[in-house]
Structures are given as structure tokens and as C-alpha cells.
Write a protein that binds this ligand. Structure first.
Ligand SMILES: [Zn+2]
Length: 732
């Protein structure tokens, strides 16, 4: 990664000449801000960047996004299916056509899980056979496709069980506590639970049922969560109709994601693998998802004690704990090794080809994936088409931009995890950041009201300021800047009295459940997740299709391209910045907030775990971050710094993020090595994971040890920032 300053100046002037014709026609807010600064850019570089961005923002086309969307939602394409593999080849060819370089198909041999025969019936007190299917609708021909699967869960065990049914609300540990208080055991029984709001990952419900000794688990979609209680249902509105089924995997990938039989290493062909019985992420319980139409007869035939008010759903029945209902579950899963394909391509950087900015989206879908993930795929293809077009005209980014189409995300974040594990050593040194988009539009613009869909990104705190800044230069479909639209929907969604501070816009608490996980939690690389959200009740069902998106979700496809633009600006700024736009003072401020939250939530007393020193270390890190930022930004603004100096600084900035890794991992989950970020078993965000889990289990010795690890990492990074500052200030 050697700098070539002579190349840079020539590159910049060619660029300026090239871009003048485009800058005039560009209809983006960037036009108004061409004189303004950009975090990490010298005034001259910022000028070039603004022009380049204006060119870029004129390229994405909603009509093209619609076409991509239709192409990728023609047939169901779960991981390992023929259609999903065909789409991999198609995507590779498109990327070649778009001008991307080094297009490669990476193959991983993965322990996969797909349904054979599956059935569910009630055998007492009356007979009822669940359809386990979704109804077709005349208005949407795709719902009639015989290739649509029935109900199943990835990585359910196979088996045949007949047992009494117990209703366990959301299937969380506290729900089983309440059952116990009512004298009800679920041992050897079949438990029926609801998908829950707020979201809790179904794989945690499976582990909880398994730990409780249940013989089987049924998870159904109660209309209170995602059906008629919320509003109009498909095909008239965004919510789930009576027969919609939320498929999904129940993998315990919060313990270790990826191929369950290669925990921590890549499933390249011929790789060693452990026996499935030894895999910590494989469930040992039989499980099925149900529509509420299939669940209702089971629930309404119960005759035991009534549940408390909080446990009632929205069905017109009396919800009961237990009583006379016996069900027969038969699940036959094919669990065998299948190839997955990650498609990879790049535009090699013109100046710093060994520094990488990664963008990505998964390809596999439970059925058509209209929202999840094809909205993201359509946004991505408009991004790669636009960047490809610029490259064809000679406009290369300074750093290399790599794009990946992941496979098997829905099963265990598998493709990204295997790829991350395969290239771990390079990624740790060379990856500046990963910008992930799973669903780009998971909400119905037609029901979003005047402020529109909510922009809901998450990012590591060090990159939050650059994301906010970039949002000012993108136009939202409402006509406002994305920044203004974001503030307005934040006020609406959080019922605030006024717009939040910029520092409160980005959610810096990051859970799991998508492809950023390996990069952040295992490799210690900074990540950003982007997407618009709103009303959406057909998640992982057959109704999550092109009809839903083009009639209900984003009929103009303008949200798709708005997302393309913010994604592109984020990637381009990371790829072109002089000084990498990490803000460690902002990072420290977020850490102080996380620690305060833990303290308040757990009512921590100093004699349990002293946190004074940790607060001091955070303050030291904040001061060092602030001083470095001021010194470097001042000099950069003067436009008088050598490339060598900048390069040395960037290497140190990249090192800061790596220093949050503890190679031993967090207690009990060694794959998760980040000291600041992990996720709970529910996929919910979890900050200071080692410390927090120790505190929550009242293990005070472990808590003190974990606090100590954090202090050491903070100290190391404070030192690093201080030495970066003194190196920066040294006369050349
Ligand atoms: Zn997804």
C-alpha cells in the first residue's frame, strides 16, 4: 500500500475535466454543497469528490432498479437451490458487463438443511390437518407458483412426535417461568409460541424450548404482531394475511455463525469438519413455523386455564396454557453438504489498491425475497452499474472497492462468514470498512404518511459522523435531503419534541442477524448497515415478492435508488478520503453512554464492580481522539500535508478498530472477539458483551476481569492515538 502522489495529482486533474459536463446536469443536493468540506478530505479533494458524487448520483435509475427487482424475484431461490446458483452466474456476468474486475465465484461446501416431507395434525380432541401452505391470490400470479415451499425451518431436526400441546407466549425464558409458577411443565410436550414484537430471533426460542425439555416447537404469526391488527393485509396492504408463514432458520448462530461443522474456519472444498453432533450451532429440537390460520384450531381447542392478559394475542379465541389438545408432528429434513456460492468482484483502486472498502448483500431468499434481500440486490446492482460506468470513463476510486453477493445468509450468515474466515488475515489488515445492505426497503411507502419511510442505519460509533454528513448530500424521495427526512422520521417514530442531535441520529448499537457479523465481531472491522423501514408483515413468506414491492412497498422504486445513493456516497467517501473519516471522540462518547446504560439498568454499585477506572479510560480515549482529530483536520484544511504522513496516520487509524479484539473471545463464545460489540441470543444488540453478561449473571470476579480487559484495550488505543498525534506533528 504505497502512495503514489505524482499519480494522484494527475488523476485529480483528469477527473475534474471529465466531470465538468456531468456536474451541470446532476439533480442532487450535492450541487449546493460543492464548496463545502467533507470529513477526511482536503479542500481540493473535497471539491473533486463533490463533483464525482454529483456524477454518481445522476446515474441510479428507479426504472432499472425495478427491472433488477423483477429479474431476481421471478422464482423462489433459497440457498443451494438451482435458481439461486443460476442467479450467481447471472450476477457474475452482469458485473463483468458493468465493467467490474476480478469477478470470481467462491465455492463453499456447507452442511445445508432443506425440507423433505413435513406434516402437522391435531389428533385430539378433534382431528385437523394443518395445510402448512400459503393461499394463492388471483391478482398476483407469483403466489400460484408450485415451486413455493411449504412451512419449514432451516436446521430443524428430523423426527416424529405425538404429544400434548402447551402455549408458551413468546417462548422466552420468563414465559417458561410463568408456566412453572402455574404448575405446568413442558417436558416431552409440544410447545406453541408466537413470533414476537419486539423481535426476538426464532433460534433463541428454539434453544429455550430445547433447554426446557420440550419435544417439539411450533412458532406461529399472531395477527397482533404482523397481521390484521396492524392494518390492511396482502394483497390490499403491507401486513400478513391469514395463511402467511414466516419461514426461517433456527440455527444457534449467536454462538458461532457459518457452516455449523466448520466453526471458525472456512468451508472451502475439502476442509476438515466436525461431526454434526458436536456442532454447537445445530438445534436438537423438532420445529415448524405456522400461519395463524393453521395455529388457530390448535389454540381454540385447548380447555385448560386461561392465560394472563399480556399473553393474549389478537385472535378471537380464549388463549389458554394447556388442555386436551394433542398434536402429531412429522418433520423429515435433508441435512447434507451442498455447495454455496459467494460472487465477488472489485474495482481496483487507482492509488491505494491494497486498501479495501467492502460492500455486500445476500442473494438467497426464503421464497422470492421481494424485500429480503432483493430490494437490497436491486439497490446494489444500480450501485455497481453506476460505479462501473464511472470506471469505464476512467474514474477509479483511490482505494479498491470490493462487492460481494453472499449466499446462505438466511441459514447461518453462512457465505459471508466463510468468506470472512477464508480471507481473515488480509481483511484484518486491509479492510477499511464493510457497508452492508440486507433489505434496502423493508416498509410500505404507500402507508408511510407524508414523512415517508424511516431511514434506519446502524454503524460503529466511529463512523456515525461521516454517515450523517453523507446523508446531507442525498435527496430522499420526499424531496428533502435524506438528512432532513431522517430527522423528520426520527421525530415521528420516537415521538420527540424536536429533531434529535446529529450525534443521536445513527443507531450505534449493533445486533446480529445479517452479513456484517463476521466483519465486526470476528475480524474487528468497522461496519455500517443501511436500509429504509416501515410497515411490513410478510417477512420470509411467499407474499414477500415483486407484487408486494411494486404495488405496496416502493411503487416508484425511488427508495431503492435513494438507498443506492447513500450507499454509494458512503463507499466513495471511505474509498477516496485522504484521512480515513473515523471519529474516535464520537466513539468514546458512545462508549460512555453504553456504560451508563449498563450501570442504570443493572443498578450497579461500586462494591459489585468498580467502573470508575473504566470511565477514566474512556475519557482519556475521548480526549486523545479529539486532539488527534483537531490536529489532523486543521492541517488537512490547510492543504499542506504529505501523502506519506497521511498514509502513516491511516495505518494507525485502522489499527484502532483491530485493538478492540480479544483473541480469546467473549466468555463462552470464543468466535465473538469484539470487546465492545456482540449480540444477544435474540440477535439484539449487546455492548461490552463480556462485562455485561458477567454483570447479568452476578459473576463479580468475571465482571472485574472483563472491565480490566476493556481498560487495557482503551489504554492501548489512547496510546496509539497519542503517538499518532505526535508523529503527525513532527516536522518533516
Ligand atoms: Zn436478509
Amino acid at each position: 500500500m504505497k502512495t503514489r502522489p505524482e499519480f494522484r495529482s494527475c488523476f485529480v486533474s483528469v477527473l475534474v475535466l471529465l466531470l465538468i459536463p456531468f456536474a451541470v446536469s446532476a439533480q442532487s443536493p450535492a450541487k449546493d454543497s460543492q464548496g463545502s468540506s467533507i470529513l477526511g478530505f482536503s479542500p481540493a479533494s473535497a471539491l473533486t469528490e463533490h463533483k464525482l458524487e454529483a456524477t454518481f448520483e445522476a446515474l441510479p435509475s428507479p426504472e432499472k432498479a425495478r427491472e433488477w427487482h423483477r429479474l431476481f424475484t421471478k422464482e423462489p431461490h433459497p440457498a443451494a437451490s438451482e435458481e439461486n446458483n443460476r442467479l450467481a452466474e447471472f450476477l457474475a456476468q452482469e458485473w463483468r458487463n458493468q465493467g467490474w474486475e476480478d469477478v470470481t465465484l467462491r465455492r463453499y461446501d456447507v452442511l445445508h438443511s432443506s425440507p423433505g416431507s413435513v406434516s402437522l395434525e391435531m389428533v385430539a380432541p378433534v382431528h385437523f390437518k394443518a395445510s402448512l401452505r400459503e393461499d394463492p391470490y388471483g391478482i398476483d400470479a407469483d403466489t400460484k407458483n408450485p415451486a413455493i415451499s411449504g412451512a419449514y425451518f432451516g436446521y430443524s431436526t428430523s423426527g416424529d412426535v405425538t404429544a400434548e400441546l402447551v402455549y408458551a407466549h413468546s417462548g422466552n425464558p420468563e414465559d417458561y417461568e410463568l408456566l412453572r409458577k402455574n404448575g405446568i411443565s413442558v417436558k416431552g410436550k409440544i410447545v406453541i409460541v408466537r413470533y414476537s414484537n419486539p423481535y426476538s430471533y426464532r433460534g433463541f426460542k428454539a434453544l429455550t424450548a430445547e433447554r426446557e425439555g420440550a419435544a417439539g416447537l411450533l412458532i406461529y404469526s399472531d395477527p397482533a404482531e404482523d397481521g390484521y391488527t396492524r392494518g390492511k393485509v396482502f394483497p390490499d396492504g403491507p401486513w400478513g394475511p391469514e395463511s402467511h408463514i414466516q419461514r426461517g432458520a433456527i440455527t444457534y448462530d449467536y454462538i458461532v455463525p457459518g457452516d455449523p461443522t466448520t466453526p471458525g474456519w472456512a468451508s472451502v472444498p475439502g476442509a476438515n469438519r466436525i461431526a454434526p453432533e458436536e456442532a454447537r450451532s445445530l438445534p436438537k429440537i423438532l420445529a415448524l413455523p405456522l400461519s395463524w390460520r393453521d395455529a388457530k384450531p390448535l389454540l381454540e381447542n385447548m380447555n385448560g386455564p386461561e392465560v394472563p392478559k399480556e399473553w393474549r394475542g389478537a385472535l378471537p379465541i380464549t388463549y389458554r396454557f394447556t388442555g386436551t389438545v394433542k398434536v402429531h408432528m412429522n418433520v423429515d429434513m435433508d441435512t447434507s453438504v451442498k455447495p454455496y456460492t459467494v460472487v465477488e468482484a472489485r474495482i481496483r483502486g487507482g492509488e491505494l489498491p491494497e486498501e479495501w472498502v467492502l460492500i455486500g448483500n445476500h442473494r438467497d431468499a426464503w421464497v422470492y425475497g421481494g424485500v429480503d434481500p432483493v430490494s437490497g440486490t436491486a439497490s446494489m446492482l444500480e450501485l455497481t452499474r453506476s460505479l462501473g460506468e464511472m470506471k469505464q470513463k476512467g474514474v477509479r476510486p483511490r482505494r479498491t472497492i470490493i462487492v460481494c453477493s453472499w449466499d446462505g445468509e438466511e441459514y447461518a450468515l453462512t457465505g459471508s462468514t466463510e468468506w470472512g474466515e477464508q480471507f481473515a488475515e488480509d481483511l484484518k489488515k486491509q479492510l477499511v470498512a464493510y457497508v452492508n445492505v440486507d433489505s434496502s426497503v423493508s416498509g410500505a411507502a404507500t402507508t408511510a404518511g407524508p414523512e415517508g419511510l424511516s431511514f434506519k442505519p446502524t454503524a460503529v460509533a466511529s463512523l456515525a459522523p461521516m454517515l450523517v454528513e453523507a446523508s446531507k448530500d442525498v435527496r430522499a424521495p420526499s424531496g428533502k435531503s435524506l438528512y432532513e427526512a431522517w430527522r423528520a422520521t426520527s421525530v415521528r417514530d420516537k415521538k420527540l419534541a424536536g429533531p434529535p442531535a446529529d450525534s443521536a441520529l445513527v443507531e450505534t448499537r449493533i445486533g446480529s442477524g445479517s452479513d456484517h457479523t463476521v466483519f465486526l465481531n470476528h475480524l474487528g472491522r468497522p461496519v455500517i448497515n443501511l436500509g429504509f423501514t416501515g410497515n411490513y408483515g410478510v417477512y420470509h413468506s411467499a407474499y414477500d415478492d415483486h407484487f408486494w414491492m411494486s404495488r405496496i412497498g416502493d411503487p416508484t422504486f425511488e427508495y431503492h435508488t435513494a438507498l443506492t445513493k447513500i450507499w454509494g456516497l458512503t463507499a466513495l467517501r471511505l474509498a477516496n478520503a485522504d484521512i480515513l473519516p473515523f471519529d474516535f471522540a464520537a466513539n468514546a462518547a458512545a462508549l460512555r453512554e453504553f456504560l451508563g446504560e449498563l450501570e442504570r439498568r443493572e443498578k450497579l454499585a461500586p462494591e459489585q464492580v468498580p467502573l470508575k477506572k473504566l470511565y477514566e479510560r474512556i475519557a482519556g480515549f475521548e480526549a486523545a481522539g479529539k486532539q488527534l482529530r483537531e490536529a489532523t483536520m486543521r492541517d488537512l484544511a490547510s492543504g499542506n500535508v504529505s501523502q506519506e504522513k497521511i498514509q502513516h496516520l491511516n495505518e494507525q487509524l485502522l489499527q484502532v478498530e483491530s485493538n478492540w479484539l480479544d483473541p480469546a473471545g467473549i466468555p463462552g463464545r470464543p468466535w465473538f472477539q469484539h470487546l465492545l460489540y456482540s449480540s444477544r441470543y435474540t440477535y439484539a444488540h449487546l455492548e461490552f458483551p463480556g462485562l455485561t453478561e458477567a454483570v447479568e449473571s452476578a459473576n463479580w470476579n468475571l465482571a472485574a476481569e472483563q472491565a480490566n480487559l476493556l481498560e487495557t484495550a482503551l489504554e492501548k488505543n489512547t496510546e496509539l492515538l497519542r503517538s499518532a498525534k505526535s508523529a503527525w506533528e513532527k516536522k518533516e
